[in-house]
Design a binder for this molecule. Structure first.
Ligand SMILES: [Mn+2]
Length: 446
C-alpha cells in the first residue's frame, strides 16, 4: 500500500465518516465452456482460467487501493459443482484480503444458492456470507453498514426488499441484492423489484448483481449493476468491469454526501463479435487484407489483455464459393495473422456471404443443378418425412453428448425442428456450391 494515496488522511483518523469498497458480482467461477466453437485447446485454456485470474486481479486491486471492503453480489460460482482447485484459490485470496485488513461481504445468487463451497468451506473470519433471512453488518473502522440477503434457492419469484432493514441513521447504508430488477413476477424469478423501489428505500448505495451488463441508475441513491467482470462467451462482449466506490459522508462544512464511482476493467479476456462486409471485393488477397485490418483495428480498441473474436462475413461477392469451399484455409491464414499480432484469437468464422452470380454459374456450367436445387427446395425442405428423419438422427447424436451441452440441440421438439431446417438449408447450399464450383476450380488449378 502506498502512503501517497489520497485517502491516507482518512486512514490516520479511524473511525472515519466515509467508506471505499470494490463492488463486483457474477464471477461464475467454474463455469463450463459454453461454446463448442472453442476447439482450440490454447484458447479453451485461456477462457477456462480467465474467471480465476479475474478473482485474483480483483483482490490485487482491493489491496493496491487499500479499500475497506470487497462486496460480491451473487453468482460467485456458476453452480454447486465446484472444484477443489477453486476452493483452495478462494481461501488463499480471502486470506490475502484478511492480511490487508479488508472485509469481504458475499451474498449467494441464483447460480450459487446451493453451492456447498460458501456454505461449508471455512473461510477466514474477514469474510461474511449473508444468510437467507436478511442481515445487517457494521463495517469496522467506518460508519458504513452493509445490509444483505442470500438466495436460498434458485428461483425467488417475489421481491426480497421487504426483508431488508430500514436505513440506520448516521450511517452509510449499503444494500447487497441479487435481482433481475424490473421483470414481472410471471417471467422473472430472480427476486424482481423496481429501480424506483430501490431508489426510495433510503440507502446510499445498492450493490446489485445478476444482470451481466453494467448500469448505474437512481436519483435519490446510487444503484449499480457492476457488469460481469469476465465474459463467458461471445454472448457477453465488451470489457469485463467492476466498480471502485468511494462514499464521503456529510463533511464539517456541511457539504452533502458524495459518491464517486470508478470503473475498472479486470477480466483478462474480452469477447467481441465483428461483422465484415466483403461486397467490395473480387480478389481473395484483398478480402483477407481487409479482414486482417479490421481485426487489428478491433485489437487496438479493446481494453483486455486478450481479445477473442467471432467473425461473421457478409455481403454479396463473387468470392462466396471460395469462402465456403476454402473456409478451413481462411481460418488458418487468419489464425496465423492473430499469432503474429499477439493476444488475439479467432473463436469462430461464420460465412454468411451471398454469391454475386450463382444463377449464371449454376445454369451455364451444370444444367442439372437448377433442377436439383428446385427438388431440394420444394420436395425436401420442410417435408415432414425429412424432419422426422432429422429428429431421429439428432436424438441418437444428443444421447452421446455430455449432459451440460445437450441443450445446444434444442430443448423442445420445435427448437429441434428449427435446428434441423437450418442445418438442411446450410448443408444443401454448401452441397450445391461444391458441385457447381468443384469442377471449375479443378480445371483452373490444373
Ligand atoms: Mn444470477
Amino acid at each position: 500500500m502506498s502512503l501517497e494515496t489520497e485517502n491516507n488522511k482518512h486512514e490516520l483518523t479511524p473511525p472515519r465518516t466515509g467508506v471505499r469498497f470494490i463492488h463486483t458480482a457474477d464471477l461464475h467461477l467454474d463455469s463450463p465452456l459454453r461454446s463448442l466453437a472453442l476447439r482450440d485447446p490454447a484458447l479453451a485454456q485461456l477462457v477456462e482460467t480467465a474467471t480465476r485470474t479475474t478473482l485474483i486481479r480483483i483482490v490485487d486491486l482491493c489491496i493496491d487501493e487499500a479499500v475497506d471492503a470487497l462486496l460480491i453480489a451473487g453468482d460467485l460460482y456458476d453452480s454447486d459443482q465446484n472444484s477443489m482447485h477453486t476452493a483452495a484459490l478462494l481461501i488463499n485470496q480471502m486470506r490475502r484480503l484478511q492480511k490487508a485488513d479488508i472485509a469481504v461481504f458475499i451474498i449467494r445468487g441464483n447460480h450459487d444458492s446451493q453451492a456447498a463451497i460458501t456454505k461449508r468451506l471455512s473461510l477466514p473470519d474477514n469474510v461474511h456470507v449473508f444468510n437467507t433471512r436478511g442481515e445487517s453488518v457494521k463495517l469496522p473502522n467506518t460508519n458504513a453498514i452493509i445490509h444483505g440477503i442470500s438466495f436460498g434457492k434458485k428461483h425467488i419469484p417475489e421481491s426480497l426488499l421487504p426483508k431488508f432493514a430500514q436505513p440506520l441513521a448516521d450511517h452509510i447504508n449499503i444494500g447487497m441484492l441479487h435481482t433481475s430488477l424490473n421483470g414481472s413476477a410471471q417471467h422473472d424469478e430472480y427476486a424482481p423489484c423496481t429501480v424506483t423501489e430501490l431508489d426510495e428505500f433510503g440507502y446510499a448505495y445498492w450493490a446489485l448483481g445478476h444482470i451481466h451488463k453494467r448500469s448505474v441508475q437512481g436519483k435519490e441513491t446510487t444503484i449499480v449493476m457492476p457488469g460481469i467482470p469476465q465474459g463467458r462467451d461471445v454472448g457477453e462482449t465488451g470489457p469485463g468491469t467492476i466498480s471502485l466506490v468511494c462514499i464521503n459522508d456529510e463533511d464539517d462544512k456541511g457539504d452533502a454526501q458524495s459518491i464517486h464511482i470508478e470503473t475498472h476493467v479486470v477480466g483478462p479476456a474480452q469477447f467481441e463479435l465483428i461483422e465484415i462486409n466483403l461486397s467490395p471485393f473480387k480478389e481473395w488477397n484483398e478480402a483477407i487484407n481487409f479482414i486482417q485490418d479490421k481485426l487489428k483495428e478491433l485489437r487496438n480498441k479493446s481494453f483486455a489483455d486478450q481479445l477473442i473474436v467471432r467473425i461473421r462475413l457478409v455481403g454479396t461477392t463473387s468470392l462466396h464459393f471460395k469462402l465456403i469451399r476454402d473456409n478451413d484455409l481462411l481460418v488458418e491464414v487468419l489464425k496465423e495473422y492473430c499469432n503474429e499480432l499477439g493476444n488475439l484469437w479467432i473463436e469462430k468464422l461464420q460465412c454468411d456471404t451471398q454469391t454475386a452470380d450463382s444463377n449464371n454459374q449454376v445454369s451455364t456450367n451444370h444444367d442439372a443443378l437448377p433442377d436439383l436445387s428446385n427438388i431440394i427446395e420444394n420436395n425436401v425442405m420442410g417435408s415432414a418425412l425429412a424432419r422426422q428423419q432429422g429428429l431421429k438422427e439428432i436424438e441418437l447424436f444428443v444421447k452421446k453428448l455430455p449432459s451440460d451441452v445437450k441443450h445446444l440441440f434444442g430443448e423442445t421438439e420445435q427448437q429441434r425442428i428449427d435446428i434441423i431446417d437450418k442445418l438442411m438449408r446450410e448443408g444443401s447450399s454448401t452441397l450445391l456450391q461444391k458441385i457447381s464450383y468443384g469442377d471449375e476450380s479443378e480445371s483452373t488449378d490444373a
